[in-house]
Write a protein of this length. Structure first.
Length: 217
């Protein structure tokens, strides 16, 4: 099966398995989404969804968040891990959004990526899930699956993002990003599949017998 055929199969099968793609991080506005994505680094979405209601009850917008003591933010987000840095970044970016962006979450990569704690992947999630603009956030999980399915050379997440954007049309990026995450969690996890077990891996590479060793980002 050629790469283009594998890509077509992946889209078709994931649309069958996941016709709907609800955003896994609970939020009510773009600022809440930004904070939730920031907190999700090296933390499960489930844990973030347990923590954010307590934080957003105190401050669900940049102005209110900027008035909270960093220690108070830390106290709430501590279960998410990396809490000292995350709480500091939340406080700092809230102030910047108020001062430089009139209290509105920026809608472009350049401004988002200048916010403390916001890298390209976080910005991509906010752009795609918050604003609905085409973006293809690639984390280590999508990087791993794209390698297993032969959709990328697999050197790093930056290369994987470029490869996936070339393979799939823009109108599919936002949904496909979530579909791959959902499938990875349920069927093709790091420990649950070695590149020879799940349906998509077997279909894309039916002759693969040995475990596939993914290149780390």
């Amino acid at each position: 099966m050629k790469k283009i055929d594998r890509a077509a199969y992946v889209v078709t099968r994931l649309n069958e398995i996941y016709p709907q793609t609800p955003i896994p991080l609970n939020h009510n506005n773009k600022f809440e989404l930004l904070i939730a994505v920031l907190l999700s680094a090296q933390c499960t979405d489930e844990r973030v969804n347990q923590v954010t209601p307590h934080l957003f009850a105190l401050a669900n917008n940049p102005l209110d968040m900027s008035t909270l003591e960093t220690d108070k933010i830390y106290e709430i987000v501590r279960p998410c891990g990396l809490a000292p840095q995350k709480s500091s970044n939340i406080s700092k970016l809230s102030i910047i959004i108020c001062e430089k962006h009139k209290g509105q979450v920026p809608s472009n990569f350049e401004d988002l990526e200048q916010l403390p704690g916001v890298g390209h992947k976080t910005a991509s999630v906010v752009i795609s899930q918050g604003f609905g603009y085409p973006a293809f956030p690639v984390d280590t999980h999508i990087h791993r699956l794209a390698q297993r399915w032969g959709l990328t050379s697999g050197k790093n997440v930056t290369q994987t993002e470029k490869d996936l954007k070339r393979l799939f049309p823009k109108e599919k990026w936002n949904k496909l990003h979530l579909q791959i995450i959902f499938y990875g969690r349920s069927h093709c996890s790091a420990r649950g599949c070695d590149g020879t077990k799940c349906e998509i891996c077997r279909t894309c590479f039916p002759k693969r017998k040995k475990p596939f060793k993914a290149k780390k980002p």
